[in-house]
Design a protein around this ligand. Structure first.
Ligand SMILES: *Cc1c(COP(=O)(O)O)cnc(C)c1O
Length: 232
């Protein structure tokens, strides 16, 4: 059982949606163009049920094994996205388990996921994770490696590249997140022009920095704490 009752979750989710809407209105964007991804990591499978009941399309998990277990337990019709670092040796299980993998950060991982998706008989949607904040503590491809990574991903027949993802460095200075998100948007615009592919999805922004992310063009905010409370 969840410690958080559904009604409380709903109140929190309404509040997050209002925050998203306000951030959109402030910069003249359509709130319908910013998706709320419920980050259910460390919470029981019931968290995914809550998200589905609230009408969300997808949940985000950062560990493959944890998602495998919860997916088996969860009756809800909802899709599952991997947002945490993925090692190549878990690519097969990840390709089988997830509806989209957001944390693709190396050519090696592209190749492993491509083979695994092909073997599973599916085309796996992915995002390329870029270290747009130049954060030494974060995973993600360096911006200078992004063109080669995209080239490999576009050549992978069993992968579909939806866009880019980033995590802003932890900082007390809100400008750090802002610069990271603007940087990801700029990288996207450059890659989209150079490779002639739209890269529509920009997954950026979490509980603490979603406003800055939406101002910079985020199409999906990944929110855990603001929906489910502090993680143990
Ligand atoms: C945990 C996590 C989130 C959610 O963070 P909150 O601050 O709890 O909203 C978003 N993105 C990634 C990649 C995460 O690992």
């Amino acid at each position: 059982m969840m410690t958080l009752p559904y009604d409380e979750f709903k109140t929190r989710a309404d509040k997050v949606r209002a925050q998203i809407a306000a951030a959109c209105v402030a910069v003249g964007r359509d709130p319908a163009k910013v998706e709320l991804l419920a980050v259910t990591k460390t919470h029981p499978a019931a968290a995914a049920d809550y998200a589905a009941r609230y009408g969300l399309r997808a949940v985000g998990e950062n560990r493959v094994q944890e998602a495998v277990a919860k997916r088996a337990e969860c009756s809800a019709a909802i899709t599952w996205e991997l947002i945490g670092h993925l090692q190549s040796n878990k690519a097969k299980l990840a390709a089988e388990t997830f509806d989209r993998v957001q944390s693709v950060d190396s050519v090696k991982l592209v190749n492993h996921l491509d083979r695994a998706a092909a073997a599973a008989g599916k085309v796996l949607p992915i995002l390329l994770q870029i270290n747009a904040g130049q954060d030494p503590a974060k995973f993600g491809a360096e911006p200078t490696d992004a063109p080669a990574l995209l080239e490999a991903a576009l050549a992978a027949g069993a992968l579909r590249v939806d866009g880019l993802m980033t995590i802003a460095p932890l900082s007390d200075d809100p400008d750090v997140a802002r610069r990271t998100f603007v940087n990801l948007r700029t990288i996207r615009d450059e890659l989209a022009g150079r490779f002639g592919t739209p890269l529509c999805e920009l997954s950026m922004g979490m509980s603490g920095d979603l406003q800055a992310a939406i101002e910079a063009g985020s199409t999906q905010v990944r929110v855990g704490t603001a929906l489910f409370g502090t993680r143990a």
